[in-house]
Design a protein around this ligand. Sequence first.
Ligand code: VGL
Ligand code: ZN
Length: 216
Amino acid sequence: MDTTLDDTDVLLAVDVQYDFLPGGALAVPDGDAVIAPIDALARRFVARGAHLVLTQDWHPPRHGSFASSHPGKAPFETIEMPYGTQVLWPDHCVQGTRGAEITRGLESAHLAELVLRKGFRREIDSYSAFREVDRRTPTGLASYLRERGVKRLFLAGLATDFCVAWSALDAMAEGFATHVVLDACRAIDTNGSLARAMADMKAAGVIFCETGDLMA
Ligand code: VGL
Ligand code: ZN
């Protein structure tokens, strides 16, 4: 991996929001461990003329991915939706609530050139920053990145096995050289989801790296 950063590189920091951090509604174990490495990476990227983009999970109340929207269902159970199997989550990242805010702990957040919100359609979930979970409806991010001449994507954030992995797989499919900075990610890991996500990313050709590789 070429560790020289330039204008064609983007750091995509995924869902570093209060609800995914300790104490949040869908807290990712050890989730706050991603903040310091992402901050360091963000400053390095911008200092080298590369770019920072953030994503923000942004659901309306009673979103279809919430267990509370399905009588008799509990969080982490699954249901069949027209687009496939959906894991049901605790209510999280509801638009306008504190839990949906990007953590103030991410001091470099102001360096972001784009904050991409996703998951705002009630009837369909959206893990990937590129496409909703039907695998069809685009968010516009691929076009945005291509129009800006981006070639390489470095992903970090929460959670490794959902929003990071789905974004990485779609980024590969869109033709970006896709890297996941593993020490700057943490996983939910429900029903084997982390092992599956790692295998899928590996099979797709995603490159795994560490923060230190980019800080040398
Ligand atoms: C996520 C579950 C539900 C994520 C978002 O950011 O990985 N996971 N919504
Ligand atoms: Zn969500």
